[in-house]
Design a protein around this ligand. Structure first.
Ligand code: ATP
Length: 272
């Protein structure tokens, strides 16, 4: 779809993906991705199951590499920064983390692990770091969960603990990969409300297939389809029934209400 590419201007960028094509096995799962997030922009990455959202996140974090000269650049520099520096500067929330912690780890220790960008604590935590972790839990209204075993928390509680983990080191960029997956509607709304309070003036990437999760703070949308950029640009240009009907292969209307967007109706396109 033409006409949705954002204008490239010489503003500082947080990340830039250039001509990135990615294979998993024999499958070409990302195709010639070009995408730039500038300072001050908050992006939602949206698309159907299997369109390549998680693969794109893995590409950003260097877990997989593009072929044929594709590039990923971070923090306004084309010099390779090293994964450790990137992970230190980026707070990442993924529902997958919920299964990866040891069963004896407390919620407080999960938040503290955010200082080391690690799953689990392999280094000594300083007293000041513990105070900061407790303060972040206070801000998110989850201080009472600090001594609880992380794996015994409800999905909603655990997701807010992971948000505290991502925020505790004051990241330059916050990346949330389907953070509301598995949450019921009231729990999702509590999570989003907590998120809205804590992301003011912070750069954000929010990955989802539910456009109703796109918060007012989101300024831009990257819409993926079958591993390609289908459309990208300012939120109000992309969140339209026309663009989504084509990208989701389903006739939909998109409505805005109270700064949030909602899809109504869905008549799947008939397969040829
Ligand atoms: N390790 C792998 N080996 C082979 N194919 C893979 C691998 N990982 C992902 N894929 C394929 O790549 C495509 C994109 O997968 P990806 O997980 O990035 O999609 P997604 O948009 O995150 O999906 P969802 O919304 O369901 O999480 C899918 O067709 C998937 O089957």
């Amino acid at each position: 779809m033409q006409g949705y590419r954002s204008a490239s201007v010489m503003k500082p960028f947080l990340l830039r993906v250039e001509n990135a094509t990615v294979y998993r096995g024999d499958n070409e799962v990302l195709k010639e991705i070009n995408w730039t997030q500038h300072e001050g922009e908050n992006w939602a990455v949206v698309g159907n199951n299997g369109c390549g959202k998680t693969t794109l996140m893995k590409l950003l974090f260097g877990e997989i590499l593009p072929i044929d000269g594709g590039q990923v650049h971070w923090f306004n520099s084309t010099t390779w920064r090293g994964l450790f520096e990137i992970r230190e500067r980026v707070g990442f929330v993924s529902a997958e983390f919920q299964r990866q912690y040891d069963q004896n780890v407390t919620a407080l220790q999960v938040v503290e692990s955010g200082f080391f960008s690690s799953i689990g604590l392999w280094e000594d935590v300083r007293e000041t770091q513990t105070r900061k972790a407790e303060a972040e839990m206070d801000h998110l209204g989850i201080r009472h969960l600090a001594p609880r075993r992380f794996l015994q928390l409800s999905y909603g509680e655990a997701r807010r603990v992971l948000l505290a983990r991502a925020l505790v080191n004051r990241p330059d960029l916050l990346v949330l990969d389907e953070p509301c997956a598995g949450l019921d509607i009231p729990t999702r709304e509590v999570f989003l409300e907590t998120l809205s309070r804590r992301v003011r003036n912070r750069n954000l990437i929010y990955v989802t297939h539910h456009i109703e999760e796109i918060l007012p703070a989101i300024t831009h949308v990257l819409l993926l389809k079958d591993g390609r950029v289908f459309a990208q640009g300012k939120k109000h240009d992309i969140l339209t029934g026309e663009a989504f009907s084509e990208a989701l292969e389903c006739q939909v209307s998109v409505q805005e209400n109270g700064g949030r967007f909602w899809i109504t109706g869905c008549r799947p396109h008939r397969k040829q």
